[in-house]
Design a protein around this ligand. Structure first.
Ligand SMILES: [Zn+2]
Length: 307
C-alpha cells in the first residue's frame, strides 16, 4: 500500500465517522422536542366572537371549544334574547360573565342570564349603582351563591386556548359611570380583540398611560361609537382592521357619531354595525379572521352629523 492509498483510506474513514456523527446529531435534533414549541402550540379549533344584536346596548359572546364567556347582556328587555342566543349555540355553561359597568344597556339582561345559565366566574368593576336593574343583578348573583371578582388591570385569565387581560378601569374613583367600564384585551393565537365597554376619553388616556397591550385586529368601538370616546390617540394605538359598533337603530344619542365614522373612513377601518346588519360574528383560527357579513358602507349621512 503506497502512501497515497493509505491517505485515501484514512480520509474515507474520517468521512464515514463524520457522516455517522452527523446522522446521529441530525436524528437527535429531529426527534428532540423544542420546549418553546411545546409550550406555545398554535391554537386548535377556532374562536368565535358574537356581537349580539340587542338594540342600543352591548352583548358579546365569545366561545372557544367548550369554553365560553359573555360580556354584558343589553337592556332588561334583552335578557331572554341573550339567553336564547346562548342556548341556540348549545353552550351549557359560561366560564365568565363580565358586566362592564352598571348602566342598564349593559347589565340589564344579566340577571336572566345568571339565573338561567350556569356561570363559573363573574367579573365586575368595583362600583355600585342604586338602581333596580343593578339590584336585580346582585340578587341573581347572590341566589346562585356566586361571588363578584373585581376587575383589576393586569389580571390575566384563560378562556379555552385564548387568554384575556383586564386593561381598565385604572382608577378607583370616577365622576362618570362609563369610565368604570371593564376593558378586556383578548388574544387567540395571532388574533386579538379589544372591548372597553363605554369607557370615555379619560379612561382611554389612562389605558394608554398604563402601557397595556391594546393593539387589536377587532375593536368594539367604545360607547356605541360616541365621539366622547374613540379618540385619535387611542385608535392609533389599537390600530384595528375591523371595528364593530353595537348600537340601536334610530337611538336618541345620535350614535354612532359622525366624527367617529369619519375616523373609521380616514383610517380605512372596516366597519360593522348591529343596527344595520344584526348580529355580527367574527371567526378566527388564530391567524385568519372571517366575518359572517360584508363590511358596512359608510354613507354621506353617517358623516354629516354635528358630533
Ligand atoms: Zn352603553
Amino acid at each position: 500500500m503506497d502512501k497515497r492509498s493509505t491517505n485515501k483510506a484514512g480520509k474515507s474513514g474520517i468521512i464515514l465517522v463524520l457522516t455517522v456523527i452527523a446522522l446521529w446529531i441530525g436524528q437527535r435534533f429531529s426527534f428532540s422536542e423544542d420546549p418553546t414549541i411545546i409550550n406555545n402550540p398554535p391554537p386548535q379549533g377556532v374562536i368565535k366572537v358574537h356581537f349580539i344584536d340587542v338594540g342600543q346596548g352591548d352583548s358579546i359572546l365569545i366561545e372557544n371549544g367548550e369554553a365560553a364567556m359573555l360580556i354584558d347582556a343589553g337592556e332588561n328587555s334583552q335578557g331572554e334574547v341573550v339567553v336564547n342566543y346562548i342556548n341556540s349555540l348549545d353552550i351549557e355553561d359560561l366560564d365568565y360573565v363580565i358586566g362592564t359597568h352598571p348602566h342598564s344597556d349593559h347589565i340589564g339582561g344579566l340577571d336572566d342570564v345568571i339565573l338561567q345559565v350556569p356561570v363559573e366566574k363573574i367579573i365586575f368593576p368595583d362600583v355600585v349603582h342604586t338602581t333596580k336593574t343593578f339590584e336585580d343583578v346582585l340578587d341573581a348573583i347572590e341566589s346562585k351563591n356566586l361571588k363578584i371578582t373585581k376587575a383589576i388591570p393586569g389580571d390575566e385569565y384563560t378562556l379555552g386556548e385564548a387568554e384575556f387581560t383586564i386593561v381598565a378601569p385604572n382608577s378607583i374613583k370616577y365622576d362618570e359611570l362609563n369610565n368604570y367600564s371593564v376593558g378586556i384585551h383578548l388574544q387567540f393565537g395571532d388574533s386579538s380583540f379589544l372591548f372597553i365597554g363605554d369607557a370615555e376619553e379619560l379612561s382611554e388616556e389612562e389605558i394608554l398611560e398604563a402601557g397595556h397591550d391594546i393593539s387589536a385586529d377587532v375593536f368594539k368601538l367604545s360607547h356605541h361609537g360616541s365621539s366622547t370616546s374613540n379618540s385619535s390617540k387611542f385608535l392609533d394605538q389599537v390600530n384595528p382592521t375591523y371595528a364593530v359598533i353595537t348600537v340601536g337603530e334610530g337611538n336618541s344619542y345620535g350614535h354612532p357619531h359622525s366624527i367617529t365614522m369619519q375616523a373609521m373612513q380616514d383610517r380605512n377601518i372596516k366597519v360593522y354595525r348591529t343596527d344595520k346588519q344584526g348580529t355580527i360574528v367574527f371567526t378566527s383560527d388564530g391567524s385568519n379572521i372571517s366575518v359572517n357579513t360584508k363590511a358596512y358602507s359608510i354613507t354621506e349621512g353617517d358623516l354629516a352629523g354635528k358630533n
